[in-house]
Design a protein around this ligand. Structure first.
Ligand SMILES: *Cc1c(COP(=O)(O)O)cnc(C)c1O
Length: 385
């Protein structure tokens, strides 16, 4: 069989073809779904490379290899959810270790660290990591990692990936980046010095609000075996069918991301001019506080927008009146979704921390879908009244 050389291809082509563009025995152009829990061994001490699907499965392997390639990493591990991936990563550390974490991040990550790992003896400093001075000041002798979301969720603050990587490397620790908001199409943190990248594949990677998935991508030889072992031992591996759905989603990632961004930039501008809107948070604005940084470390601004309404009494009205835009948690899918972070994605975060991060009772988060931008705008116009 002719070897498929994807090293010469650009990212959008790799996304379409993956690492194995067709099945070598049947010629099938869609990766087969190996819906098999176990695999027959040819004989004692012999293996096809597959034994049991919690550890390894051919459909999942194709997805892991493809995502490793697009995230510029050597290794990828696929989990049943984003939280499954984050839960696996934290097991690289030990009680007594300290982690510096973005204060403005996905509420579920906060809950996992604060409610569980803090009680197991891990310690966390919740910091505005968009301020390098604050990250530096939070370092302790026992700091083993900096864990960031950039742009942050939901305030769209941008953290300098390269500077954080250099800082924590000098300290002997690792930089972990949750890259869910931009996807590898717009941002590849491993290129900027990050050690480990996390994804909620539920969002842009799968892209259709129809499945859950999570990923860790990295190039750390010293962690490869341990991470593989954690995945196998914990058992939150991605199922063959869900792996196939994400592979299918990846094929259109480039098209979708371009459209998400095109729509978001129009809608952010439009929202900014609306009399009922006080402030819009979007990294594509030239007056965004970290605009130069975001342009330097990313290839685009993505499809996420947050905004403050002037009056909190409008929140319930807006959520009731939207019709094309769906009032639902999650992001990154083809449909536009609106959420109210205060009680949804960030409900698990204590009030004082929420207030410090800027998550108030007038904050809305919009995941701009790939519908026609005019339709999204008229839906917002109707809903805002
Ligand atoms: C949704 C999300 C997660 C959690 O992922 P699940 O797939 O829902 O478990 C983690 N980080 C970010 C930034 C998210 O948006």
């Amino acid at each position: 069989m002719e070897k498929f050389d994807n090293s010469k291809l650009s990212l959008d082509s790799i996304l379409v073809h993956g690492v194995t563009p067709f099945d070598s025995t049947t010629g099938a152009v869609s990766t087969p779904i190996y819906q098999s829990a176990t695999f027959r061994h040819p004989g004692l001490g012999e293996s096809t490379g597959y034994d049991y699907s919690r550890a390894v499965n051919p459909t999942r392997t194709e997805l892991e290899k493809t995502l490793a390639l697009v995230e510029q990493g050597r290794y990828c591990l696929a989990f049943s959810t984003g939280m499954g991936a984050i839960s696996a990563i934290i097991k690289l550390f030990k009680p007594g270790d300290h982690l510096i974490v973005s204060e403005d991040l996905y509420g579920g990550t906060f809950r996992l660290f604060d409610e569980y790992y803090a009680s197991y003896g891990f310690s966390f400093s919740w910091i505005d990591t968009s301020s390098f001075a604050k990250v530096e000041a939070a370092l302790k002798p026992e700091t083993k990692a900096v864990f960031i979301e950039t742009p942050s969720n939901p305030m769209m603050k941008v953290t300098d990936i390269r500077r954080c990587a250099d800082l924590i490397h000098r300290h002997g620790g690792s930089l972990i980046v949750d890259n869910t908001f931009l996807s590898p199409y717009f941002q590849t943190p491993l290129d900027l010095g990050a050690d480990l990248v996390i994804h909620s594949g539920t969002k842009y990677l799968a892209g259709h609000n129809d499945t859950l998935a999570g990923f860790i991508v990295h190039s750390r030889e010293d962690m490869a075996e341990q991470l593989r072992n954690i995945q196998k031992s914990e058992g939150a591996s991605l199922s063959p069918f869900d792996a196939w759905l994400v592979l299918r989603g990846l094929k259109t990632l480039a098209l979708r991301m371009n459209r998400h961004e095109e729509n978001a930039s129009r809608i952010a501008q439009w929202l900014r001019g609306h009399q009922r809107v006080e402030k819009v948070f979007y990294t594509g604005f030239e007056d965004h506080p970290q605009y130069a940084l975001t342009c330097a470390q990313t290839r685009g601004h993505g499809g996420m927008i947050s905004f403050y309404l002037k009056d909190s009494s409008l929140v319930a009205v807006l959520l009731k009146r939207v019709s094309l835009i769906l009032f639902a948690e999650s992001l990154g899918g083809v449909q536009s979704l609106i959420t109210y972070p205060l009680i949804q994605t960030h409900g698990a975060i204590p009030e004082s921390m929420r207030r410090a991060a800027g998550v108030n009772d007038r904050l809305m988060r919009l995941s701009v879908g790939i519908e026609n931008a005019d339709d999204i705008i008229s839906d917002l116009e109707n809903a805002l009244g």
